[in-house]
Design a protein around this ligand. Structure first.
Ligand SMILES: Cc1cc2nc3c(=O)[nH]c(=O)nc-3n(C[C@H](O)[C@H](O)[C@H](O)COP(=O)(O)O)c2cc1C
Length: 263
């Protein structure tokens, strides 16, 4: 009887196992891609609902409930960031930030000094989200992003209908260090943003994450947030991205229209 103990047969079995395993991995990666995208979308929608004020209990992580609530309660609007116009005839599903950032007609380069959020290019059109109750505008929810220390931070800034008062700031994706920059997810830190007035009397965004603690009796307390100790750089990144997206380069012109008309 021929021996199985040969180099050729050992190699043939190894190659066979490798081929079978790679087919299995490739098939599941392709097969699960759509599910992953649905889950990612669901996670983002859950964060938008949280920015609108829905509690974790109300959402209870149930994908169907999140999907239903999102469709019922949240209006998506496409805005032209240069003019601030709301583009009612543009399909919200056509907005793709990643694609826009690669296309020089759909985004614009930001020069070094102006690029305080560290994003290099800014899409010309973006989606914003409106939450109404009984027909009344309750929150304007702005997707924001920018560089922290190690990563780009993605989140939502919710404003009151006056467009001048912060209702919440939260991030759903970043890779800052847990316990240091990762403290931007700490509910106690996030709670400080509620009620803050990000603009000065000239309408410039001046909200600041300071080093140390805010003096509650100080003249600028309503525009300041405590720094995170050991994470000054992440805190600065958060401050800069919020300022950028609230500026005339970001949602400034759109906010003027949204807060006046409540479109
Ligand atoms: C392993 C390691 C991870 C760090 N992660 C962060 C971070 O996520 N965010 C941050 O701002 N600083 C981080 N730092 C600290 C920064 O290098 C820097 O020292 C700090 O931002 C300065 O803040 P401080 O003045 O409050 O100490 C990290 C440092 C080390 C050694």
């Amino acid at each position: 009887m021929p021996s199985n103990d040969t180099i050729g047969k050992t190699l043939a079995v190894s190659v066979g196992v490798c081929v079978v395993c790679s087919i299995l991995v490739a098939t599941s990666a392709v097969g699960l891609r759509e599910r992953q995208m649905i889950n990612e979308r669901n996670d983002v929608n859950q964060n938008i609902l949280a920015a609108a004020g829905f509690s974790a209990d109300e959402l209870d992580g149930n994908p169907r409930k999140i999907d239903r609530l999102f469709k019922e309660m949240i209006e998506r609007k496409v805005v032209d960031l240069d003019t601030g116009e709301i583009l009612a005839d543009v399909d919200p599903d056509s907005i793709d930030d990643a694609q826009a950032a690669r296309n020089s007609k759909q985004s614009k380069a930001i020069s070094g000094g102006e690029d305080i959020a560290g994003i290099k290019r800014r899409p010309n059109r973006r989606l914003v989200y409106l939450f109404r109750q009984d027909g009344q505008l309750k929150r304007i929810i702005l997707p924001v992003y920018g560089k922290g220390l190690w990563s780009t931070l993605y989140g939502f800034l919710a404003l009151a209908p006056d467009g001048q008062t912060i209702e919440s700031l939260s991030f759903y994706k970043h890779a800052e260090t847990p316990g240091l920059g990762g403290e931007i997810d700490n509910p106690r830190w996030k709670a400080q943003w509620v009620g803050k007035k990000p603009f000065d009397e000239n309408g410039e965004p001046v909200i600041a994450v300071i080093k140390g603690s805010v003096d509650p009796d100080g003249p600028n307390a309503s525009r300041q947030i405590d720094g995170i100790s050991g994470a000054t750089l992440t805190g600065r990144g958060v401050m800069n991205l919020v300022r950028y997206w609230l500026s005339d380069e970001g949602y400034g012109p759109a906010l003027d229209k949204l807060r006046v008309s409540g479109n």
